[in-house]
Design a protein around this ligand. Structure first.
Ligand SMILES: *Cc1c(COP(=O)(O)O)cnc(C)c1O
Length: 428
């Protein structure tokens, strides 16, 4: 089934690290080798061996409209004719900035960068610049990209490889990073009682990098209010959730306004775009208006801007968020019923178009609880899903993503695959 992927893997090992350019693609935690993709269209992705899968990876989120949506394709093709990069401003940067600022009430201004990692590292620098304080609180299990300061207790990629943090991160780089527990405001307050130089708190408003973990009760609102009383900033990392849970991201759904918002993934519709933004008072700290330096040769790239504008415009028009909820609910029921049928204990967490089962009998509301999962069961489940034509993220600790290209037939196919895969798990 994977003969050509295997051959390319062997070839790739020579000049690429593990034949991949991002570790989760290595399939290490499910005991396999990387898959090599030939092409994708709509809800489907096709590998070099010609296997076709319903894609629930969607490039880890960006391809929310499915692959090669015709409006996006048209916009990019048109942009390509004018040139690839100029090192000077273009009209489309203004257009995408307006779409983004309109969607997030807390954003008067935005700066485009090239990845989620860059968006967050710039957002953190901005919080420090604005408050004049150094310390940042992050939550265990939240991933914010691979910058040094936040590469501790950082969820999926590391959890999958059972790494506590990363080698090569100097102690000095993380000495201003404090770790709190997700859904636990007291653990945040404890840090404030001990330190008086905390610039802010960063979090995923719905965590997606330890599997899907939703904020419980009024966690986000109470956190925001508490931070306000302390003069610290709330940095909301919506790289995964922005335009995915709702057009205005998780902030709109939970009615919480970030001081600084970080975006990525969907905003570029498959092209490398990240962004960070805030109200004027904060963004005016950023060069050229202010003294916080941040720059990028390819930032605001014209092809990427065209892809982003076309994706967000189409997304707004489709407004698929209700439908996403319905589909996720259907998948949840399939998972629970099928697990029950075969006597397997699972917990299913979902939020909008993000969903995944945890192979545990515990409720999962934080990273420790996520860690109670049986990852071997997930591995068996994963490969059976692949054999039955559904491409999932190869890790227990990643969210599955839905695209608006999913058809009813696709959903039936997913249901059948789930049943077969649960059966396989029951025979372990
Ligand atoms: C993916 C992700 C990032 C990192 O984005 P990259 O584009 O991979 O650098 C940061 N934060 C969250 C919440 C993410 O899901």
């Amino acid at each position: 089934m994977f003969k050509k992927s295997q051959e390319l893997y062997q070839q790739g090992l020579v000049n690429l690290v593990g034949a991949v350019n991002s570790p989760v693609r290595a399939f290490a935690s499910v005991g396999g080798n990387p898959l090599f993709i030939k092409k994708a269209k709509g809800s489907k992705i096709i590998d070099v061996d010609g296997n076709s899968y319903i894609d629930l990876v969607l490039s880890y989120g960006p391809m929310i409209l499915g692959h090669r949506h015709k409006k996006v394709q048209k916009a990019i093709t048109k942009a390509l004719k004018n040139g690839y990069s100029f090192g000077a401003s273009t009209k489309n940067e203004i257009k995408l900035a307006k779409i983004v600022c309109d969607a997030f009430p807390g954003m008067d201004k935005v700066r485009f960068v090239n990845s989620g990692t860059e968006a967050v590292l710039s957002g953190i620098r901005l919080a420090r610049a604005f408050t004049g304080k150094d310390k940042i609180i992050k939550f265990s299990g939240c991933y914010h990209g691979h910058q040094d300061a936040l590469l501790v207790a950082a969820g999926s990629g590391l959890a999958t490889l059972s790494l506590p943090g990363s080698k090569g991160v100097p102690e000095g780089a993380v000495k201003n990073t404090l770790i709190a527990n997700y859904n636990d405001l007291e653990s945040v307050k404890a840090h404030f009682e001990e330190h008086d130089d905390i610039a802010g708190v960063i979090l995923e408003p719905v965590a997606g990098n330890m599997g899907v973990v939703t904020p419980q009760n009024n966690f986000l609102k109470e956190l925001k209010e508490y931070l306000k009383s302390k003069g610290a900033l709330l940095i909301v990392d919506e790289v995964m959730t922005g335009f995915r849970s709702k057009f205005g991201g998780a902030q709109e759904l939970f009615d919480v306004e970030a001081d600084i918002t970080c975006l990525g993934k969907v905003i570029g519709g498959g092209f490398p775009v990240g962004a960070y933004g805030a109200r004027n008072e904060i963004m005016e700290m950023v060069a050229p208006l202010g003294g916080m330096y941040q720059a990028g040769t390819l930032s605001g790239n014209p092809i990427a801007m065209a892809g982003g504008i076309a994706t967000l415009t189409e997304l707004k028009k489709q407004n698929p968020y209700e439908k996403f909820n319905e589909i996720a609910q259907i998948i949840e029921v399939f998972l629970l019923e099928s697990a029950k049928k075969y006597g397997i204990e699972i917990t299913v967490n979902r939020f909008g178009s993000m969903i995944n089962p945890f192979f545990t009998n515990k409720k999962v509301t934080n990273f420790d609880e996520a860690q109670t999962c049986d990852t071997e069961k997930f591995a068996v489940f994963f490969w059976e899903m692949m054999k039955n034509g559904v491409f999932l993220p190869p890790s227990q600790f990643e969210a599955w993503f839905l695209s608006s290209a999913l058809s009813e037939k696709d959903i039936e196919k997913i249901a059948k695959a789930i049943d077969k895969s649960m059966e396989a798990v029951s025979k372990m």
